[in-house]
Design a protein around this ligand. Sequence first.
Ligand SMILES: NC(=O)C1=CN([C@@H]2O[C@H](COP(=O)(O)OP(=O)(O)OC[C@H]3O[C@@H](n4cnc5c(N)ncnc54)[C@H](O)[C@@H]3O)[C@@H](O)[C@H]2O)C=CC1
Ligand SMILES: O=C(O)[C@H]1O[C@H](OP(=O)(O)OP(=O)(O)OC[C@H]2O[C@@H](n3ccc(=O)[nH]c3=O)[C@H](O)[C@@H]2O)[C@H](O)[C@@H](O)[C@@H]1O
Length: 464
Amino acid sequence: MRVCVIGTGYVGLVTGACLAHIGHHVICVDNNEEKVKMLQSGRSPIFEPGLTEIMQSSSQAGLLEFTTDLGAGVAHGTVLFIAVGTPPLPTGESDTRYVEAVARGIGEHLNDSQGEYKVIVNKSTVPIGSGDWVRAIVQSGVNESQKTLVGALVGSRSTLEQAAEFDVVSNPEFLREGSAVYDTFNPDRIVLGSNCPQAIAIMQELYEPITQRQFAANRDLPSVPVLVTDLSSAEMIKYAANAFLATKISFINEVANICDRVGANVTQVAQGIGLDSRIGNKFLQAGIGWGGSCFPKDVSALIHTANDYGYEAHLLKAAVSVNQRQRLILIEKLQQVLKILKGKTVGLLGLTFKPDTDDMRDAPALHLIEQLNRLGATVKAYDPIVSQSGLRDGLSGVIVETDAERLADRCDALVLVTDWQQFRDLDYSKMASLMNSPVMIDGRNFLDRQALEQCGFQYLGVGS
Ligand SMILES: NC(=O)C1=CN([C@@H]2O[C@H](COP(=O)(O)OP(=O)(O)OC[C@H]3O[C@@H](n4cnc5c(N)ncnc54)[C@H](O)[C@@H]3O)[C@@H](O)[C@H]2O)C=CC1
Ligand SMILES: O=C(O)[C@H]1O[C@H](OP(=O)(O)OP(=O)(O)OC[C@H]2O[C@@H](n3ccc(=O)[nH]c3=O)[C@H](O)[C@@H]2O)[C@H](O)[C@@H](O)[C@@H]1O
């Protein structure tokens, strides 16, 4: 099938590359020329395990192309994915201006396709009701370009092209950064929001190699459930899923804080409750709180939507406030051990909001750096990806070291912020010997307390 993906960020690029990998002919469009040049040369602007490999093989097979030309993408695709960003506005609501610009652009180019039926798919996370809004914007773009065309044809013998036909589908994305390619080939479900059988049939055909597990890690599993809903419900499913997961983490963090006070161990508690199949053992990792480009923005956007309809989302607000407080827990623990932070040096192990990604959007580390600076501490950091990339140039208030031992050198305490797998295997004895005082605050309950203590560290976890 011919596909166009507009926006080549974490979602658009992974979606485009994976759809090409399963045999579709994909053109990815982005208005960032530098990014497109990089993609055309076979390099990925983001770090995502497995992505470069499938990008390169699909490009070589002639199934994946990159352009800044939206008209070319729209003319090519039967399915047109909108996958541009919807960042938060200061009010908490989503900034939908990029979606609006793309919808308008699609509308303006749709008449060039000689009446071919197109499915416009909202993959961006957009406020509930956006499907109808996108349809209206596309239609107005179509009408405008139709008028221009009619004007140009007056007096000529040419005939007007057949009117553009299209439908809008909401197809929310559930991939996680750091495992985005794996998640795309192994989804728990595919949600399709539309009342139009023709559009749904095209989408089902598009995803068939994935739903039939032809590219799955385990091909013996039953086929992937495809849930067909109305547009608004599909849009709500996306927000509800993220809000539920974020609330689940805030819940376990609240339990962790109580554990700290009563002397219980939250890791064991999480194991104990997670074995109940009604609760499940995932997303019960207590620590520094949730960050990243989606949970904070999507929970705020849902609270904002509720508010627009006169409903105060108490539970979601509480999940946010537990999370904001959680980011300060590590500061409290540092103060508990070091007492005064002014003049002390604190080393952060990890900067990204989670491992296996280079994404720093709303990373808890940024908040931590700001607070430590405010309290007069010098902050150093080592992160496997940030240290190697140009990302460190955008950071202020922190000295980024190139390895963990340089980080430990003359630190008064280390704080584990991101649970990068390689942090399990560092030479902690050597690191302890380089520090002013070997203190480890484990913000993810990730390291082996006993092993660290044997290396001479004073170890503090979160709720453990
Ligand atoms: N990052 C993630 O893990 C997930 C994100 N989402 C949602 O997917 C959407 C995209 O998120 P990301 O990929 O993280 O965003 P991103 O910020 O990484 O990428 C957005 C891309 O869109 C491009 N763009 C903006 N305006 C454009 C235009 N007019 N024409 C062409 N390209 C344009 C930008 O240059 C950029 O490359 C958001 O709504 C987000 O909430 C959903 C699930 C997972
Ligand atoms: O809409 C989105 O963008 C995506 O948001 C999350 O994915 P992502 O933000 O990439 O990463 P997660 O693995 O969900 O982690 C989010 C945050 O929660 C934290 N977390 C996660 C799990 C846990 O048990 N404890 C915990 O503190 C992580 O460290 C991270 O800061 C969702 O998991 C995806 O399904 C969704 O598509």
